[in-house]
Ligand binder design. Structure first.
Ligand SMILES: C[S@@+](CC[C@H](N)C(=O)[O-])C[C@H]1O[C@@H](n2cnc3c(N)ncnc32)[C@H](O)[C@@H]1O
Ligand code: SF4
Length: 381
């Protein structure tokens, strides 16, 4: 039976190290490991410095990156120990570790289990060696399969990430990727549409015509195929990119989408506390310098009522929850609620949105353009 969590205070830890720079990635990381120890120690210090920011019982801890699986057992353990010393983590349900296939071994998995890491998010991305090579991943398909063998035998609760819409990909190449997963009874799958981010190697390769641009039509076809295919296999498409077997939704994701309180530690990590978004500097040296002086190199922004309403629209449309017009009605100006009502009615009459149990959802045939649909509804100050 699926359990409903009404409130999930959560903690995110950003580990900014990777073995190789994947060509598409614009997350914050470095491929130099020289400051690894200093960063781990500084994350522990940051946890102590910010211990008064959350008195709630923490339900979910998520190690993301970068590549948390690069860390030694002692590093992860010392971060969890710091969390235990400074926050109430006794009732934590999930401790997730993002993990790259080339870091997976029986020894590492046993290490993670021994320190209570009870969920793995495995970044497979593709089972196709040509695609993995274009991505500049540090693993090949053989390593991906081996890691999946080990994880699926050791963990009940785990997730696999795949990327669709690669240059030169087709529905057939994607079917191979998604169908390979069927050999395992995977409780959670995340499928990301490849994004060509500024300042990435992928963007410059496309610009220099060394590689084909992505084809949105193919991406769309691959998206709808995945959606139908996984739903038939009883996966719940609980968010645009996320599919889970009942009860295996990622608790940290649920916390973000419910706009529950979360604290993020480490360079570039984001926090959300009482309508404030805060984010740490995306630079390891500046982060370390700040912590050395007992200071946080952090930025923050207070969300306006319109910002909160826009987040509710965006997240609501991306998740299976939809969004509630009645809730937004009491948050924003009359002018803005009139605008929103008009836009929603117009899109319902065009078959793009639907109303179900008083909540607004994107109609099945328009799901691929969900983010575009929500931006048409956004309110401005
Ligand atoms: C930032 S990574 C961290 C996890 C781990 N280092 C890995 O690569 O598997 C989290 C996920 O974001 C996704 N991702 C990162 N950049 C992306 C992009 N430009 N387009 C689509 N997905 C992306 C990848 O699928 C990846 O598994
Ligand atoms: S996708 Fe993962 S492994 Fe690759 S550079 Fe980004 S964070 Fe590092």
């Amino acid at each position: 039976m699926q359990k409903k969590y009404s409130y999930i205070a959560s903690i995110y830890i950003h580990i900014p190290f990777c073995k190789k720079a994947c060509h598409y990635c614009d997350y914050h990381f470095t491929t130099s490991s020289t400051s690894k120890r200093d960063i781990v120690n500084s994350i522990c210090s940051e946890i102590e410095l910010r211990s008064s920011e959350m008195s709630e019982t923490v339900k979910s801890i998520y190690f993301g990156g970068g590549t948390p699986s690069i860390l030694e057992k002692n590093d992860i353990e010392s971060i969890i120990d710091s969390l235990r010393d400074n926050f109430n983590i006794d009732e934590v349900i999930e401790i997730t570790l993002e993990c790259n296939p080339d870091d997976v071994s029986l020894k590492k998995v046993n290490d993670w289990i021994s320190i209570n890491v009870n969920r793995i998010s495995l970044g497979v991305q593709s089972f196709n060696d040509t695609e993995l090579h274009i991505m500049n991943r540090s693993h090949d398909s053989k390593i991906a399969l081996r890691s999946l063998d080990i994880i699926s035998k050791s963990y009940q609760n785990y997730s696999v990430d795949l990327i669709y819409g690669m240059p030169n990909s087709s529905l057939e190449t994607w079917k191979f990727n998604i169908e390979t997963l069927l050999e395992y009874n995977i409780p959670h799958i995340t499928t990301y549409a490849l994004q060509v981010e500024d300042k990435t190697a992928l963007k410059s390769m496309i610009k220099k015509k060394k590689i084909k641009n992505i084809d949105e039509k193919v991406q769309e076809e691959q998206y709808y195929y995945t959606n139908k295919f996984l739903k038939k296999l009883n996966y719940i498409n609980y968010e645009f990119s996320s599919y889970s077997k009942p009860g295996f939704e990622c608790k940290n994701n649920l916390a973000y989408w419910n706009r529950d309180k979360y604290l993020g530690f480490g360079p570039s990590a984001h926090s959300y506390i009482n309508n404030f978004r805060k984010w740490n500097v995306s630079n390891n040296s500046k982060y370390l310098d700040g912590i050395k002086k007992n200071e946080l190199s952090q930025f923050s922004e207070k969300l306006s009522q319109n910002d909160i309403a826009n987040e509710m629209i965006m997240v609501g449309l991306r998740t299976k929850e939809g969004f509630d017009l009645n809730k937004i009605k009491f948050m924003v100006s009359e002018k803005n609620i009139n605008f929103l009502n008009k836009q929603v009615e117009f899109k319902i009459s065009n078959g793009i949105l639907i109303k179900k149990n008083n909540k607004i959802h994107v109609a099945e045939n328009y799901k691929f353009i969900t983010d575009g649909v929500s931006s048409d509804l956004f309110l401005i100050d």
